[in-house]
Design a protein around this ligand. Structure first.
Ligand SMILES: *Cc1c(COP(=O)(O)O)cnc(C)c1O
Length: 374
């Protein structure tokens, strides 16, 4: 099976983990700060706080801005559930904004959703293609809202040479196994230039407890155990050194696909603008509406051919839990995107021969499938 995404672990990564395992501190040691420093240098952001997942990072970020049951956030439904789940954990209400044809939140539709309860805008860089951050920055400045970019797909992405994560108030990254880099399977980070936010985040990451003198400590807030271990951070530092080579490889695969798929009659691909560097976390294809009714058949045929496809994402508001809380919702572009989207394999562990096999098989499968009668 060629999975849609896969981690890459080499001998350097393994050596880094082994060395950390032989160290004195498996957690709470120096590797945590070293990894935070390395990330902050890479991103060009003053402060970084690493945590045990992006979900924890979202929860802590929302908590750090004081998100509560009186508040709303405006976010995208085309994301992993955690983006809005973490707001629910704070008692807040997620308001879903429709998306554009590239899967990113439609920045033109945000302002109409702002109410006196709105506290933050939370876009997601779908597949690693950066959102229109400057337009959202302007909306947030105008209405005094916090801009939290869920950049879980986008470590290493850039707009005009500026790294994703440098422009929002707070950026969130994921180090889950198949995200742009990994820290032993799970991990996440918050990046910000705001010292108060990072202090609060670090407090909440570790039980809300601060060390005082000798054995004495004090608990200043109700916090969590959301820490990332030194072993995980050691892997993270080794992976971060390899990130640009991962992205170069994914770009090569993506551009190979772009070439083969030009003007094909079955689906569209998402164009990455010239001034943008994508992390290419995903390679999404958007089926022509003629094929929407056959998507299950297409999915199954590809799986049978050992091609690990996936759909990103079922709109969050379609989950039963959300429907029970907030009732039925239907956003037109989101619905269409969900019907059309299929992510095909694109990762640093596959060869151009693999990509060629994926492309050929995909085109073959679509050729043999009856489109929908309209
Ligand atoms: C993966 C992902 C998350 C959650 O990341 P974890 O590290 O698995 O908690 C949140 N948001 C988005 C957009 C993601 O893709």
């Amino acid at each position: 099976m060629i999975p849609y995404s896969k981690q890459s672990i080499n001998e350097d990564d393994i050596a880094a983990v082994v060395s950390a395992l032989k160290g004195d501190m498996l957690t709470g040691g120096k590797k945590v700060e070293e990894f935070e420093k390395a990330l902050s240098n890479y991103l060009g952001v003053k402060y970084v706080c690493v945590l045990n997942s992006a979900t924890s990072a979202l929860h802590v970020a929302y908590s750090a801005i004081g998100l509560s049951e009186h508040d709303e956030i405006i976010t995208t439904p085309i994301t992993f559930a955690a983006t809005s789940n973490a707001a629910l954990m704070c008692g807040a209400k997620p308001i879903f904004c429709d998306i554009k044809s590239n899967g990113n939140i439609n920045e033109e539709k945000i302002e109409a959703l702002i109410t006196p309860k709105t506290k933050a805008i939370v876009p997601v860089d779908f597949g690693g293609n950066p959102v229109a951050i400057e337009k959202m920055r302007a909306v947030c400045d105008k209405h005094k809202l916090t801009l939290i970019e869920d950049a879980s797909h986008a470590l290493g992405s850039e707009i005009n040479g500026v790294k994703v994560g440098a422009l929002p108030d707070i950026a969130i990254f994921s180090f889950h196994a198949i995200k742009p880099i990994t820290t032993c399977g799970e991990g996440g980070a918050i990046a910000t230039n705001d010292e108060k936010i990072i202090e609060r985040a670090k407090l909440l990451r570790s039980h809300g407890i601060v060390k005082k003198q000798f054995w004495n400590s004090d608990m200043m807030a109700l916090g969590y155990n959301y820490r990332l271990s030194d072993v995980a951070c050691a892997l993270g530092m080794s992976q971060l050194k390899r990130l640009d080579s991962f992205i170069a490889k994914r770009k090569m695969i993506a551009e190979f696909y772009d070439d083969i798929f030009t003007n094909n009659p079955y689906f569209f691909t998402i164009k990455i603008p010239k001034n943008v560097k994508s992390s290419y976390h995903l390679y999404p294809i958007l089926l022509d509406r003629n094929f929407w009714c056959s998507k299950e058949e297409i999915f199954e045929a590809l799986q049978k051919a050992d091609i690990g496809v996936q759909v990103h994402y079922k709109p969050t508001y379609q989950f039963s839990y959300y429907k029970e809380l907030f009732g039925e919702l239907s956003l037109p572009n989101t619905e269409d995107f969900y019907r059309a989207e299929l992510s095909i394999p694109c990762h640093q562990e596959m060869s151009l021969e693999d990509a060629s096999f994926v492309a050929k098989t995909l085109l073959e499968v679509l050729k043999n499938i009856q489109g929908c009668k309209r």
